[in-house]
Design a protein around this ligand. Structure first.
Ligand code: PMP
Length: 479
């Protein structure tokens, strides 16, 4: 039989979509699955919410108290969920203790900021050392130059500036791009999150009834934002990016994108996508910013860009690079950072590069050898493989995705490649899975994206807990 062009194309697309080991990323999509009865999911949710409220009385009390002084009772709106979130009193290694005295396995690890583990002895030692020599100089210091050299070497960039949060870093990176290009437009992907600066809130998780055509998404913005000139494209869609550039490149300063999307569970780049992004940015004179706030060291000892072999013009870093201390950075090619040097791009900050944060960098540099990262990743791979086997065994409508030390179960039978695919996943089962684990002492990030993180403090015991809990959940789904 002659194979038509359309058929060949379809086969190629399918291969591209299901490829699991493109540049050491992980995706396992089982070939068969059986739907889960929605009534079963409803029943689990009902039972698990009852169990939750029964076993977390003190968290409920704390939530009531905190609502009076803190909006939603939390210090960042991400931390809230209904009816109330768990309130934590202490953390060590891979575990946290809540106000009800329960020990919880932490698989969120501060969204990656606690990658070294809670109260890692090396981090504590470096910080205690810093506390004997001064907390803030607001002058140059050998400690900040040492830390800058470590970051530049590790992430293979020319220059870096320190900030205090990921939001600041992405804001400054965009400002560098605007200064360097004399253009004001910002391009981001639909569903992409880069912190809470106005332009990045646009289409962060837009309601589908406002989001428009999947190929040419509408930039959805709240009325309280002053985002400027913002453009939105779907992830993993080079033709849509090219079409966007053809029309608007003369106005677009930069394209900011996570190399691997880690705010919609985990969405991997299709084979060749990031390479094509790099080519198109060069062709249309658009500065490419990789937001590595979440990937960073969790992607490997040198970050996602180095690992995936695509060099951006600027990168933003935060979370994992500080050992748990508030620290972030932006940096990249000297020809762009020169706009900080020549004063066209203003970058100031009282606490930038403070000695405690620099102590965090020193600790991380000591801890994050290639070997240490590879060991943590091997544990993550083991968890992913074992969970994939359980998905297969119970024929669940789900698949596993992983990158570096992070992994997730995505409740869909086909690969998720962009925001619209993500929105089509089963959020009911995702919620039931998250809550089931929480009631059995395992805490993953709120938000139902179920991305777990294997830190330097996790070992075989913790992997077994994660996997066996998933098995129990699979049994409950099929009961
Ligand atoms: N970029 C990405 C990709 C993020 O995930 C986040 C926070 N989750 C930020 C930027 C903002 O970082 P921060 O919360 O430190 O401001």
């Amino acid at each position: 039989k002659r194979v038509s062009k359309a058929e060949t194309f379809a086969v190629q697309v399918l291969q591209m979509l299901t490829q699991s080991n493109h540049k050491q990323t992980y995706r396992f999509v089982p070939t068969t699955s059986v739907p889960v009865d929605p009534q079963r999911v409803e029943a689990i949710l009902k039972q698990e919410w009852e169990l939750f409220t029964k076993s977390t009385g003190k968290s409920a009390e704390e939530s009531c108290r905190s609502f009076k002084s803190l909006p939603l009772g939390v210090t960042s709106s991400f931390q809230h969920w209904d009816p109330y979130p768990i309130s934590i009193v202490s953390a060590k290694g891979a575990y946290m203790t809540d106000v009800d005295g329960r020990q919880l396995l932490d698989l969120s690890m501060g969204f990656g900021a606690m990658f070294a583990g809670h109260l890692n002895p090396t981090v504590v030692e470096e910080i205690q050392g810093a506390l004997t020599t001064g907390m803030l100089f607001v002058t140059p210091s050998p400690t900040s130059t040492d830390a800058a050299e470590m970051i530049c070497k590790r992430f293979e960039i020319d220059q870096v500036r320190f900030t205090n949060s990921g939001t600041e870093s992405t804001m400054y990176a965009v400002r560098v791009a605007r200064s360097a290009s004399d253009k004001m437009g910002i391009l981001k992907v639909e569903g992409g999150y880069h912190g809470s600066y106005d332009p990045f809130v646009v289409s962060a998780k837009p309601p589908l009834d406002k989001a428009g055509d999947p190929e040419e998404p509408t930039a959805v913005m709240d009325s309280n934002l002053v985002p400027g000139d913002i453009y939105v494209v779907p992830y993993n869609n080079a033709p849509a990016l090219e079409a966007m550039f053809e029309k608007n490149a003369s106005k677009i300063a930069c394209f900011i994108v996570e190399p691997v999307l880690e705010n919609l569970a985990i969405i991997l780049p299709d084979a060749g996508y990031l390479e094509r992004v790099r080519e198109l940015c060069d062709e249309y004179n658009v500065i490419l910013i990789f937001d590595e706030v979440k990937t960073g060291l969790t992607a490997g000892a040198h970050g996602a860009s180095v690992r995936l072999g695509v060099e951006p013009d600027l990168i933003t870093l935060a979370k994992s690079i500080g050992g748990g201390v508030p620290l972030a950075a932006f940096g990249g090619k000297k020809k762009y950072m020169d706009f900080v040097t020549n004063g066209k791009m203003a970058h100031f900050g009282t606490f930038n590069g403070n000695p405690l944060a620099m102590a965090g960098v020193r600790a991380i540099d000591r801890l994050c050898s290639d070997q240490a990262l590879a060991d943590a990743e091997a544990l993550n791979q083991q968890a992913l493989d074992r969970i994939s086997e359980i998905i297969d065994e119970y024929q669940l409508p789900a698949h596993t995705v992983g990158f570096g030390v992070k992994g997730c179960v995505t409740w869909s039978t086909t690969p998720v490649r962009n925001y619209r695919d993500y929105k089509a996943t089963d959020f009911g089962i995702a919620e039931a899975h998250w809550l089931f684990a929480l009631n059995r002492g395992i805490i993953t990030p709120p938000g139902l994206d179920e991305q777990w993180l294997i830190s330097l403090a996790h070992g075989q015991t913790e992997i077994d807990l994660l996997v066996e809990d998933f098995r129990d959940f699979a049994k409950a789904l099929r009961a």
